[in-house]
Design a protein around this ligand. Structure first.
Ligand SMILES: Nc1nc2c(ncn2[C@@H]2O[C@H](COP(=O)(O)OP(=O)(O)OP(=O)(O)O)[C@@H](O)[C@H]2O)c(=O)[nH]1
Length: 433
């Protein structure tokens, strides 16, 4: 087993972390002690300065009776002995003698003393010691600082190891959790680098994470499948609804057509005709144009029904409606069944003569069909009647010089003309007067 293969538990790593913390605390404490020591040394320096006049009062007084070189030598000795920056003696005769260490850098504290017995004054200035100077002079301090550095380095090393062994893997696990995508397959241990040997707890955490991942993924897939099925069902229902709507629309159109057309013959019904008549009548009144109406009635339909049956009578009515539809194909023409065996044709733009001509054409076309009646009352009376189905027609027209007050009075005039045609022998056209 290589050293890398040894797994270190989270507990051990926590201990390591506590150790690092302890080291750091020791380092801080040592740094604090060092600072206090420096402060103490500064105070000591001031006290040393105060002691100088007391220690050297007598030699200084005595030296003033000697040569300047002797005084200079004494000052230099004191300077070196106490590691001063400078020392200056003002003799009682007013002479000024000075000795300097020649050190550069920041000056330390200074003090001035009057020498007892009228021996003049002494001015001293200490040298402020830098950390390096202190270290040079103090072996104990050097040793303390060395230990402090060692502890700090050890702490840093331990922190790096802690980060590599625990925190980095926890960070990766956290990243993985952020990138969590339930629809993607779980990545198992792939997020650990091959050379990584994470703590057991982290591996178990990762396994638990992968388990939750795969469970959620499965659940999500089931939900997605259910969602798809619901969507498909909705599409099917939507299509069914659309089919029902289409069929409803077709029925509605059929119904609308039935509302406007006669079920047996397919011609317009009475209501549709009346709407058209009112519309065209207003127009002709406004434009002072022409509008003709012809009312047609099958002659002796009752007898025909009795002879051939009602279904044959229906077929006859349908035949007549088709004939009229063929004859009147303009957009403005309206062919309608008023009820029973009675039809009406609305002919905008035609005066009474033209309408009569068109009706003659209808009669010719009906005759050309040669629909045998077979039950006409006088069919056997030679020369009076042919044995064909015939129609009687009454025609009325709105035209200049022949206006009607209303569409109804115009229709009534056509009806009266039809009545006349019926009562003057049928199979003919009568014009409204
Ligand atoms: N087959 C069929 N017959 C109908 C229809 N509507 C009405 N009739 C018949 O048409 C006949 C109309 O009879 P009448 O009013 O006496 O008129 P007619 O027999 O045609 O004689 P005239 O009109 O005087 O020439 C009745 O017998 C009705 O039953 C229908 O839709 N189909």
């Amino acid at each position: 087993m290589t050293p890398k293969a040894i797994r270190i538990s989270v507990g051990a790593r926590t201990l390591l972390a506590l150790f690092v913390l302890g080291l750091l605390l020791s380092a801080v404490s040592a740094g604090w002690d060092l600072q206090q020591d420096v402060k103490r040394r500064s105070q000591q320096l001031v006290q040393d300065l105060d002691a100088i006049p007391l220690i050297y009062a007598s030699p200084l007084l005595h030296s003033q009776g000697q040569s300047q070189e002797a005084m200079q030598s004494l000052l230099t000795t004191i300077l070196r002995q106490h590691e001063l920056r400078s020392i200056e003696l003002l003799t009682r005769s007013g002479e000024q003698i000075r000795a300097e260490s020649g050190e550069v850098g920041e000056p330390g504290p200074s003090a001035e003393f009057a020498l007892s017995g009228g021996g003049g004054a002494l001015k001293v200035q200490a040298q402020r010691l830098t950390l390096m100077q202190m270290l040079q002079h103090d072996a104990l301090l050097r040793s303390a600082l060395g230990h402090l550095l060692f502890v700090v380095l050890l702490g840093l090393l331990a922190a790096v190891l802690l980060d590599r062994w625990l925190l980095r893997q926890l960070r990766r696990l956290s990243d993985e959790a952020h990138r969590f995508e339930a629809t993607m397959p779980p990545q198992s241990l792939s997020w650990l680098e091959p050379e990584d040997h994470g703590p057991q707890e982290v591996l178990e955490l990762e396994r638990a994470f992968a388990h939750v991942h795969s469970t959620l993924g499965g659940e999500l897939q089931r939900e997605q499948t259910r969602g798809r099925q619901l969507r498909d069902e909705m599409v099917r229902q939507h299509q069914r609804l659309a089919e029902v709507e289409r069929s409803l629309e077709a029925k509605r159109r059929e119904l609308a057509a039935l509302e406007r057309h006669d079920a047996l013959t397919g011609a317009c019904n009475r209501r549709e005709f009346e709407v058209a008549l009112r519309r065209e009548f207003k127009r002709v009144q406004r434009d002072q144009g022409r509008l003709a109406i012809a009312v047609l009635d099958v002659d002796h339909l009752r007898l025909y029904n009795e002879r051939h049956g009602r279904a044959a009578g229906d077929a006859l009515l349908k035949r007549l409606a088709d004939l009229l539809a063929e004859q009147f194909q303009r957009d403005t023409d309206v062919v309608a069944r008023l009820g029973g065996e009675e039809f009406v044709v609305l002919m905008p733009g035609l005066d009474i003569r033209l309408a009569q001509e068109r009706m003659e054409t209808v009669r010719d076309a009906l005759r050309a069909l040669a629909l045998s009646h077979g039950a006409l009352p006088d069919s056997n009376a030679a020369g009076l009647h042919q044995d064909w189905v015939t129609v009687s027609i009454g025609v009325a027209a709105y035209q200049p010089g022949r206006p009607y007050l209303s569409s109804q009075s115009m229709l009534q005039a056509a009806d009266e003309a039809l009545y006349l045609a019926k009562h003057t022998g049928r199979d003919r056209i009568c014009l409204a007067s």
